[in-house]
Design a protein around this ligand. Structure first.
Ligand code: NAD
Ligand code: TDX
Length: 344
């Protein structure tokens, strides 16, 4: 299926803006309307350099029914990235997570139902809760049943992940009850350029660049399944254009790493001693391990990740934060002050 006029919600945030750049570069015939509220995590600069006749930014809220209806009625598809996305923030104040992630998604799917517009919902592996650490499993977890699939049980841990799980369930119900033309994807942890500096990898890189010691939560044994954001973009485009309506696809690139190893690699790549970090207070309810089985997406839709060398992906991400200090420096003090008040 081809789409000529798409709306990308949250297209001024980290993953959304990477998707907008990806589509602008690889599919120049597609017009993109970015609908973004420009919260603290959204930044017009993330769309700098794009042709304004191809990419239009509308600053607004996905929960604004009137605005959403006006935009959706003229679109072929909505790719929905907008969300409150940070677990730590959701533990301090869940309310914007409920409003944006649940009410916002509801507003969008109602508009898509009304105008019969294709909807793709971008979600997270965190809706499935966590897996035990491999070291705690018999045989260190080699074998069947150790990764999330689209059949895994929903079991979210935090206000963030439960609000995302709620939004997934709304989309599933709208497909079944109203024949909403929707697909869902649940992706693992992304890294790459334009990621807001509250998140693990950019926080540690910009700490080193600012002469602050990186901060590791708890034991550092928690495992995340890292994927380069450009691979997430190609996967979402594949699902949007080739995915089967009503299906859920899990996106991952077999990138499991524990936080301590990732931090030590950042330190090594930045020329620092491997123990030059502080251990800080752990996150309450901290999920132990995420791991994605993306066989369905690979075998049914023929998708394959390209950026699977984590070391070189991390090197280019470090280079990006080093060369774009104006992009993050203005926020650094406030982000660190907020963490520090929380003992992190
Ligand atoms: P982000 O916080 O960097 O960006 C979110 C964007 O949404 C920002 O531009 C923000 O201004 C916008 N936004 C927030 N509330 C809005 C509202 N009410 N109306 C309009 N715009 C609003 O987030 P991200 O890390 O780029 O994540 C994007 C999506 O991908 C989210 O849905 C998230 O759940 C999902 N996801 C993220 C990851 C990850 O590793 N970061 C992994 C899997 C899935
Ligand atoms: O300073 C830190 N030190 C640290 O050890 C921070 C900010 C995090 N951590 C740990 C917590 C996690 O185990 O690093 C890991 C990654 O943390 P985050 O970057 O906050 O990501 P996570 O909680 O795993 O969630 C991310 O991936 C799934 C995104 O923020 C979500 O939006 C996405 O759904």
């Amino acid at each position: 299926m081809e789409y000529k006029n798409i709306i990308v919600t949250g297209g001024a945030g980290f993953i959304g803006s990477n998707f907008v750049h990806y589509v602008a570069k690889n599919h120049p015939e597609v017009h993109i309307t970015v609908l973004d509220k420009l919260t603290y995590a959204g930044n017009k600069e993330n769309l700098a350099g794009l042709d304004k006749s191809q990419v239009e930014l509308v600053v607004g809220d996905i929960a604004d029914e009137k605005l959403v209806n006006e935009l959706v009625k003229d679109a072929d598809a909505v790719v929905h990235y907008a969300a409150e996305s940070h677990n730590d923030n959701s533990l301090k104040d869940p309310s914007p997570f409920i409003q944006t992630n649940i009410i916002g998604t509801y507003t969008l799917i109602e508009a898509c139902r009304k105008y019969n517009v294709r909807f793709h919902h971008v979600s997270t592996d965190e809706v499935y809760g966590d897996l035990p650490l491999r070291e705690d499993l018999p045989g260190h977890g080699e074998g069947i049943g150790e990764k999330f699939t689209s059949e895994s049980r929903y079991n979210p841990s935090s206000p963030y992940s439960s609000s995302k799980a709620s939004s997934d369930l709304l989309v599933k119900a709208w497909v079944r009850s109203f024949n909403l033309q929707a697909t869902i994807s649940n992706c693992s942890n992304n890294y790459g350029p334009y990621q807001y500096i509250e998140k693990f990898i950019p926080r540690q890189i910009t700490n080193v660049l600012s002469g602050i010691k990186p901060k590791l939560y708890g034991t550092g044994k928690n495992v995340r399944d890292w994927i380069h954001t450009e691979d997430h973009s190609s996967a979402v485009w594949t699902i949007l254009t080739k995915g089967k309506i009503g299906e859920t696809y899990l996106i991952g690139a077999d990138g499991e790493q524990n936080n301590k190893d990732v931090l030590e690699l950042i330190l090594e790549l930045m020329g620092q001693p491997s123990d030059a970090y502080d251990v800080v207070k752990d996150r309450p309810g901290h999920d132990l391990r995420y791991a994605i089985d993306s066989t369905k997406l690979r075998e049914e839709l023929g998708w394959k990740p390209q950026f699977t060398d984590f070391r070189s992906g991390l090197e280019s991400t470090i280079k990006w934060y080093t060369e774009n200090q104006d992009w993050w420096k203005k926020d650094k003090e406030l982000v660190e002050e907020t963490y520090s008040k929380n003992g992190q």
